[in-house]
Design a protein around this ligand. Structure first.
Ligand SMILES: [Zn+2]
Length: 222
């Protein structure tokens, strides 16, 4: 499939590349764990080069330190804007302190160029990105949907869900987001999590111990 763009899990949208090919590489490289991104600007730049991509934006699912480590460098390298949900500001603002807490190299906090304040689609040269607010892991956690690919950040993993014990996390809010995902995202879409392998809502609804009770709850409300 020839198409514009790809988001990486906290990603840059690119153009003139093959989405499928890049997603395949994402899977092989461990799903773009941003742990790689924290020290691994190279992981992205090599992938961008290998696929003849031209990044046009960086759009983050959330602002935890293991998802934004390469943002400022990518911005500078490609002169592209950084998008983030406005409710994620407090997480972003705590970046440098959190780096110190986790004894990681302290980099400067990336500057946001476009705050996402509603769920209007994002458009990039013919590529449409649907926006769904999925808070709970963090206050501004956001899911992005491109065609049949869903980028959920740390909201949902294969067999698990995002932790809610970090500042701004809220279990009840995360549950509501997960229920909304079950209801609104087609169950056969490919789900790319911020860590670990890809999955689908269909699979998680059947096997994920956190989603099974939510599924039951939804069914009892019908
Ligand atoms: Zn996170």
């Amino acid at each position: 499939m020839k198409h514009l763009g790809r988001p990486v899990q906290d990603i840059s949208i690119t153009k003139e590349s093959s989405l499928e090919k890049i997603f395949e590489q994402m899977s092989k490289s461990g799903g773009f764990e941003s742990r790689n991104l924290a020290n691994g600007l190279d992981v992205l730049t090599v992938m961008i080069k290998d696929n003849d991509c031209t990044p046009v934006a960086i759009i983050n699912t959330h602002a935890h330190l293991d998802h934004i480590g390469a943002v400022e460098e990518l911005k500078n390298e490609y002169s592209i804007p950084f998008y983030l949900n406005e409710n994620e500001k407090m997480v972003l603002d705590s970046y440098e302190v959190t780096c110190q807490m986790f004894q990681m190299p302290v980099k400067s906090t990336p500057t946001v160029d476009r705050w996402i304040s509603n769920e209007s689609d994002l458009e990039f040269e013919g590529l449409t990105i649907k926006v769904m607010f999925t808070p709970g892991h963090t206050p501004g956690g956001t899911t992005f949907i491109i065609e049949n690919h869903v980028f959920v950040g740390d909201t949902l993993f294969r067999g698990s869900v995002g932790r809610t014990d970090l500042p701004g996390g809220n279990w009840g809010v995360l549950e509501e987001s997960l229920m909304r995902m079950i209801e609104e995202i087609p169950s056969n879409h490919i789900v790319h999590s911020g860590h670990g392998p890809e999955t689908s809502l269909e699979k998680e609804r059947q096997e994920n111990p956190f989603l099974i009770p939510l599924e039951k709850q939804l069914n009892s409300e019908l």
